[in-house]
Write a protein that binds this ligand. Structure first.
Ligand SMILES: [Zn+2]
Length: 397
């Protein structure tokens, strides 16, 4: 069942933003210590780092030059972070997955898409290769992937080794050292890499910027965030700008507001308050580049493509909470740098949801991302109504 989103609810949610931000950041951040042992659901249907390496190499070899795979950087534990480049068009689209290692569907979808866009000679795929430069970065936090958890595998002492000016400083707020029934960050600590971005892409860590909080920028202290930042900057240098940035995540299990319909995935194009408003004034130096209307059009393109699949589950698409102020996310930082930005939040974290509905969720992500790519390649996205974004039903949380 589809229904019009209530603008009033968006306003109400904004008032709650300070207290809900911790909860909407797509998984709990901390829990009390417990010795409870949880039976872990199987994740064997997902892609390991070794399988990713093999598959990308194979795709590159069989693509006859249409897919270029490179190692963009190394994770803190030395695993390769890949980027696959397809196409030579003027519009640049950067897509990443699994910045949280327990959010795995996006990697599966992205690998399928790299293969299809690179290999298919259908007119649609040819058009994508001609009009777009697609840079896909599947599994950008492979150490977390191997641990099936959110945070990377890195100690604060390693940060201080890299940035000696941080000696004696309190660790950043996104440094995990807790233990719960799923993870043992006490013995293998790590950082939420998706709070380590900074809209100033040349930022260097300063002692006075620690520990900071979720509504303040990150620091590029993790090699995973540094790698994505470097890819982004190189694309800017080569092409002028990164037109579109898509980030593939998972969330908890929710329903469409006012219904009992389970959400298949949520979309969003808003991660920080608009720099042109009083709430967003702290971002005013980015106001000229920030283009939330384009982000909304891209979301509408994804939403429309999913609605065309027919009834549920592909129809059960909702808007992620809108009252966010998360400049340390890749989406927040890149949106402020002028990229039209889209968040995908697939239902269910893999540590408890496992690989349920894997085929369906993978298809939903592919459908939405193809809607964006085709919309940009045909330029139809620029004609979409920005206001249609507000008609996407909200998520009931
Ligand atoms: Zn996530």
């Amino acid at each position: 069942m589809k229904r019009r989103a209530k603008i009033g609810m968006i306003g109400g949610a904004f008032l709650l933003s300070a207290s809900i931000i911790g909860n909407v950041a797509d998984t709990p951040v901390a829990s009390a210590a417990t010795s409870e042992v949880q039976e872990k659901p199987s994740i064997s249907g997902f892609i390991s780092h070794a399988e990713l390496s093999r598959t990308l190499n194979k795709i590159e070899q069989t693509s006859k030059g249409t897919v270029a795979v490179e190692v963009a950087g190394l994770s803190n534990q030395g695993r390769e972070i890949y980027k696959a480049t397809i196409g030579s068009g003027k519009k640049v689209v950067l897509i990443q997955s699994e910045i949280h290692g327990n959010e795995k569907v996006g990697t599966k979808a992205l690998l399928n898409m790299i293969k299809e866009i690179g290999n298919s000679n259908s007119p649609k795929m040819k058009q994508l290769r001609e009009e777009l430069t697609i840079v896909a970065m599947p599994m950008i936090n492979p150490d977390a992937t191997e641990l099936n958890r959110r945070g990377n595998d890195m100690k604060w002492a390693e940060v201080v080794d890299q940035f000696p000016q941080l000696e004696g400083v309190e660790p950043s707020w996104n440094y995990y050292t807790y233990t719960n029934k799923y993870w043992d960050y006490a013995s293998t600590p790590g950082f939420d890499v998706n709070r380590d971005f900074n809209p100033d892409l040349n930022y260097q860590p300063q002692p006075e910027d620690f520990p900071n909080s979720s509504s303040e920028p990150g620091w590029f202290i993790t090699p995973e965030a540094q790698t994505v930042r470097d890819v982004y900057k190189n694309l800017q240098a080569e092409h002028g700008k990164v037109d579109v940035f898509v980030d593939l995540h998972h969330q908890g299990e929710y329903v469409i507001e006012g219904t009992d319909d389970p959400v298949t995935l949520s979309l969003s194009g808003v991660f920080i308050p608009n720099p042109d408003t009083p709430e967003g004034e702290k971002y005013s130096k980015y106001a000229d580049d920030y283009n939330v209307d384009f982000s909304k059009q891209l979301n509408v393109a994804a939403y429309n493509a999913l609605q065309q699949m027919g009834n549920s589950p592909f129809g059960n698409i909702s808007l992620y909470p809108q009252a966010l102020d998360l400049p340390g996310t890749a989406l927040g930082s890149f949106a402020l740098n002028g990229s039209g930005s889209v968040l995908f939040e697939v239902t269910g974290q893999t540590q408890n949801y496992g690989q349920k509905k894997l085929g369906q969720l993978t298809k939903a992500v592919e459908t939405g991302v193809y809607g964006i790519l085709e919309g940009v390649a045909t330029e139809e996205v620029y004609g979409l109504e920005v206001e249609d974004y507000d008609d996407i039903p909200l998520t009931e949380r």
